[in-house]
Write a protein that binds this ligand. Structure first.
Ligand SMILES: O=C(O)CCC(=O)C(=O)O
Ligand SMILES: [Fe+2]
Length: 340
């Protein structure tokens, strides 16, 4: 979901040393589940180490991604226009999140990946194998984290969240983002519109799905916005995964979790940033409403019942300039609350 920002500033308003949570997944389960819940409540964001995703799976994915973005533009275009799946460049989407990047957006089911790989790679079977292995690994990681979240919330059914993205009809997607370095724009003589040493790579937004698992190369740029409006840089580390709470999980926890607003600023002059992102989403007809354990007379549901499809349709059809936050509230928040 795009956060309205009438006069977006590229400047990090202020930064302060905050301890973005780094969670070690090898910790004892009951400790781990509490740490994860706390991070979801305070930040809607954390990094994980000792995540168990094999190094080879990660490095093969990074290689395939780099090879793809290194191709000539005409070759990349063969992956098809991003409507919604395929290759896109420069301003992304029409949903208000401005930015200058190239990206490849894919569905996560093996049949679609295999089909699209034919237009993406000269070695489609290798490409689809690498992407499938990566997606399977990060989906397993997401499910593990979602099960721990359920445990940490003392929900009897541990799979209450993870079963949505394990469902055969899940609507998850996978994206590779590529941010050319500033040198690229200088060479094109596109004199930076906004700022000489910073460009907006990906505008401020929250992710609408349930959970996002992001990994990047060693080039920074990602920032998260804390609730007091401070932008905090997320230092790049190719060995960790970044986890974001999505708007759907925020709603399912009846607003107990926050969904972190984030953006990417391009400041590196020489090296491109590349990130690989798995967005775990439920089936289109799944209802996204607060789980019963988190609703009580003292804490009534903040949200109307809506399906993932209704949510997506409304938000992705909004055009820039709409007052998106008001629409968000109208669509999602129950009449009893003015905001959620
Ligand atoms: O590319 C990145 O590092 C972040 C991109 C992002 O937030 C997104 O694709 O939703
Ligand atoms: Fe995002």
């Amino acid at each position: 979901m795009v956060v309205p920002s009438p006069t977006p500033s590229l400047r990090t308003k202020k930064t302060r040393a905050v301890g973005i949570p780094i969670i070690d997944l090898s910790l004892e389960r009951s400790v781990l589940s509490q740490k994860i819940v706390q991070a979801c409540e305070e930040y809607g964001f954390f990094k994980v180490v000792n995540h168990g995703v094999p190094r080879e799976i990660i490095s093969s994915m990074e290689k395939e991604g780099s090879d793809f973005f290194a191709k000539r533009s005409s070759e990349k275009q063969r992956a098809g226009p991003p409507s919604p799946f395929g290759y896109g460049c420069k301003n992304i989407g029409f949903n208000g999140d401005k930015g200058e990047l190239e990206y490849l957006l894919l569905q996560t089911d093996p049949a679609s990946i295999s089909e699209r790989s034919k237009a993406i790679s000269n070695n489609p079977s290798k490409f689809s194998c690498v992407v499938n292995d990566y997606i399977q690994a990060v989906r397993d990681l997401s499910c593990e984290i979602l099960d721990l979240i359920a445990e940490g919330l003392w929900v009897p059914d541990n799979s209450v969240f993870s079963k949505l993205i394990r469902d055969a009809h899940n609507d998850s997607c996978f994206r590779l983002n590529y941010y050319p370095p500033l040198k690229h724009f200088r060479e094109l003589e596109l004199s930076p519109k906004l700022n000489a040493d910073t460009r907006m790579g990906f505008g401020e937004h929250t992710d609408p799905q349930i959970l996002t698992i992001l990994r990047s190369n060693d080039v920074g740029g990602l920032q998260i916005c804390l609730d007091d409006g401070l932008w905090v840089p997320v230092l790049p580390d190719p060995n960790v995964f970044c986890v974001f709470v999505g708007d759907a999980l925020k709603a399912m926890t009846n607003g107990r979790f926050v969904s972190a607003s984030h953006r990417v600023l391009v400041t590196n002059t020489i090296k491109p940033r590349m990130s690989t992102i798995y967005f775990g989403a439920p089936p289109l007809d799944a209802y996204i409403s607060p789980i019963p354990e988190l609703v009580s007379p003292q804490k009534p549901s903040l949200y109307k019942h809506f399906t993932w499809s209704e949510f997506k349709k409304t938000f992705y059809s909004l055009r820039l300039g709409d007052c998106r936050l008001d629409l968000f509230k109208t669509l999602m928040c129950s009449d009893k609350t003015s905001s959620c």
